[in-house]
Design a protein around this ligand. Structure first.
Ligand code: PBG
Length: 329
């Protein structure tokens, strides 16, 4: 039996060459940004229990991993700090001798080609674990902006190429842009966490950061977005663009592909997506249980994020994905 069909999509799928010729999305190791966690100690490289396969590094041990990343073609890292001196007003966030500025100075000197991003938020430095300062029991927006400005400047002075505010305070992109510019750092890019949702998928990260534990997820709901909202992301994007963001980010990534697509369509800025700790943990644990093929799941999840509109992807899988991509090529 033979039918005449006017269209046969399978015709284009008949061989690897056919398939490659019309493949629409290619993931590259240069799309990937690797989030890394710093600790204050010396000579330390320790596994993070809640993120199997990920480690915390002391500044002096960081180069071991950086060499590996550069060899794999990963050109950008995102640094998360920590501090043992947590306080209500997060003074440690602006300390030029903190782990992040120390790492920046060392990395800028040793690896001038590596692009350095830093997380801008107060949660590793506050004793209550919130991303902002608390005044009269509330996370105070404008008091936080003042600290974020000084934190961003502190990182810029130490060599950051990008600052990435993840705190979701109103007006922080404009406040940081203004403060960097008047202090001579117009070169430093702002990667804004534009649509950062109050997500349960950050659970393993909070363990990694050793941020003070928040009782329940309700805590960040006064600044992070409701996972039920899509239109609100457009509003956040409009504000970030007007305030001078260089790139917009959606976070988490895999469950928010519609939001990523919306931002792709409304803006001509580069877009980033953050495949967060919970998304990482699900693939790692399902693969360990034998329920998912690890390598295929990593590449499919990242390709889907890129297909939805991301130009760059922050992911704990960055080194592993880059290794897989280099095998494919
Ligand atoms: C907080 C911050 C969080 C993440 C990055 N920055 C957690 C939170 O908002 O509580 C999550 C990253 C991840 O889960 O991988 N400034």
């Amino acid at each position: 039996m033979a039918f005449h069909l006017p269209e046969r999509p399978r015709r284009l799928r008949q061989s690897p060459v056919h398939r490659a010729l019309h493949q629409e999305t290619q993931l590259r190791s240069s799309d990937l940004i690797y989030p890394m966690f710093l600790v204050e100690e010396q000579n330390l490289r320790e596994p993070i229990e809640s993120l199997p396969g990920q480690e915390r590094f002391s500044v002096d041990r960081l180069p071991e991993k950086i060499e590996e990343l550069l060899e794999l073609g990963i050109g950008c890292i995102n640094l998360f700090g920590s501090s043992s001196s947590k306080s209500p007003l997060a003074e440690a966030a602006t300390d030029p001798e903190g782990v992040v500025p120390r790492a920046l100075r060392m990395l800028k000197e040793r690896y001038p080609a590596l692009s350095l991003q830093t997380d801008i938020a107060l949660d590793p430095y506050t004793d209550h674990g919130h991303d902002g300062v608390m005044i009269n029991g509330q996370v105070d927006n404008d008091a936080t902006l003042d600290v974020l400005q000084r934190m961003a400047l502190c990182h810029a002075e130490a060599g950051a190429d990008w600052v990435a505010p993840s705190d979701m305070m109103d007006g922080r992109v404009g406040a940081i842009r203004h403060f960097l510019d008047i202090n001579g750092h117009s070169r430093v890019c702002i990667l804004s966490y534009t649509a950062k949702y109050a997500s349960c998928f950050y659970g393993p990260f909070r363990g990694a950061l050793e941020s003070a534990s928040l009782d329940g997820l309700g805590d960040k709901l006064t600044y992070q977005m409701d996972p039920a909202n899509r239109r609100e992301a457009l509003r956040e994007a409009r504000l970030d663009i007007a305030e001078g963001a260089d790139a917009l980010m959606v976070k988490p990534a895999g469950y928010y592909l519609d939001v990523l697509r919306d931002l792709r369509e409304m803006s001509d800025l580069p877009l980033a997506a953050y495949q967060v700790s919970g998304e990482y943990a699900m693939i790692v644990s399902a693969a360990a249980a034998g329920w998912l093929p690890r390598e295929a799941a990593i590449l499919e999840s990242l390709t889907a994020i890129k297909r939805a509109g991301a130009d760059m992807i922050l992911t704990y899988f960055a080194p592993e994905a880059a290794t897989l991509l280099s095998k494919d090529a």
